[in-house]
Design a protein around this ligand. Sequence first.
Ligand SMILES: [Zn+2]
Length: 67
Amino acid sequence: MSTTTNREYIGETCVICELAKDKGIHLYTSFICTDCETEMVHTQTNHPNYKFYLKQMRKVTQPTIFS
Ligand SMILES: [Zn+2]
């Protein structure tokens, strides 16, 4: 949907979908796009996708939080 203007700014890479998006939130040092954030919010914990999100989220919390 986005227009292909020759801009340098392509946003940041989302840790969940691993696509460059320009809208999203920062979590620790990572970036989660609005699409994934919305998806995660609406995903039931027993839904298969939820495990995928958890797996991807693990990257976000990778810094030594657990010792
Ligand atoms: Zn995403």
